[in-house]
Design a protein around this ligand. Structure first.
Ligand code: SF4
Length: 272
């Protein structure tokens, strides 16, 4: 796909091109602080659609096969990369298969198995506490609702939403550092508290899209919209983003900043 693909074409790229003029007007309104509520909702949903084009295949980057494994992996992912967690969990999940196994774990052995993920003493406490709470209060099963999940050791709202969305298919918005940073950069909300960001974005985006949006925003934050030097010149959201220009806008320079397995696809969308 090239930058001069005909606008009449019905491909996802041409839809992006044809919506750019309206998007830029919305971007200007957001930059000036005069965007209407309707304008904001439309802009946010257009950005969600652009992210769907950029990242058509979304997935949880933590490896798991059931809610208990995802719960443990999510606890381990605090202050740790998903890649590191995925290197740690295969042996862990072979050794501990049930909530009872974690509840009765040998602490020294468990700590050793998760040591490489950092903060391993706290994480071992959380995981053993999780196993005990599941055995005592939930017949050894991970519950499938927010209020029960947030009552579990090691579970904040973010962890609960990850498990709800990815293990149970219940829509949820996961506000991690990337999500919070990008929501502010896009002027989706002025809130800084994660729970308030979650509610504010939930009012902009259709509920059925919440889980996938969370993945896509996090993907975009990791691959394109970096904290220090975002790749604005090749960003699929450029027309709608009030922070466009925060990073290099020259395509060749911006292209070097894009990371991850979708790089070729993202650069093709930018006409490269
Ligand atoms: S890369 Fe630039 S244009 Fe794209 S979302 Fe981030 S700040 Fe906005």
């Amino acid at each position: 796909m090239t930058a001069d693909t005909p606008v009449g074409d019905s491909s996802p790229y041409s839809e992006l091109v044809s919506s750019k003029a309206g998007a830029k007007r919305a971007r200007t309104a957001a930059q000036r602080g005069v965007e209407t509520r309707t304008g904001l909702v439309r802009r946010a949903r257009r950005m969600d659609r652009s992210l769907q084009t950029a990242f058509p295949h979304v997935y949880c980057e933590l490896d798991f096969t059931n809610p208990l494994e995802l719960s443990v992996a999510t606890i381990l992912s605090a202050q740790c990369t998903d890649v590191r967690v995925n290197l740690t969990t295969p042996a862990l999940f072979r050794r501990y298969r049930t909530a009872e196994d974690y509840a009765g774990a040998d602490r020294t052995e468990l700590e050793e198995m998760i040591r490489s993920t950092g903060f391993y003493r706290n994480k071992a406490n959380s995981i053993m506490g999780l196993g005990q709470a599941l055995v005592e209060r939930f017949d050894g099963e991970v519950p499938n609702n927010l209020s029960d999940l947030v009552s579990l050791p090691g579970f904040g709202r973010k962890t609960a939403n990850v498990v709800l969305g990815n293990a149970f298919g219940v829509p949820g918005i996961t506000v991690d550092t990337h999500f919070g940073r990008l929501a502010a950069r896009w002027k989706w909300t002025d809130e800084t508290d994660p729970v308030k960001i979650e509610h504010a974005v939930g009012e902009l985006i259709e509920r059925k899209n919440w889980t996938d949006l969370s993945h896509r925003v996090i993907f975009h934050g990791r691959r394109v919209c970096h904290s220090r030097k975002p790749a604005c010149g090749v960003c699929v959201l450029a027309a709608d983003c009030p922070s466009y220009g925060l990073g290099p806008v020259e395509k060749a320079e911006a292209a070097k900043l894009v990371k991850g397995p979708e790089t070729d696809h993202l650069l093709a969308l930018a006409g490269m």
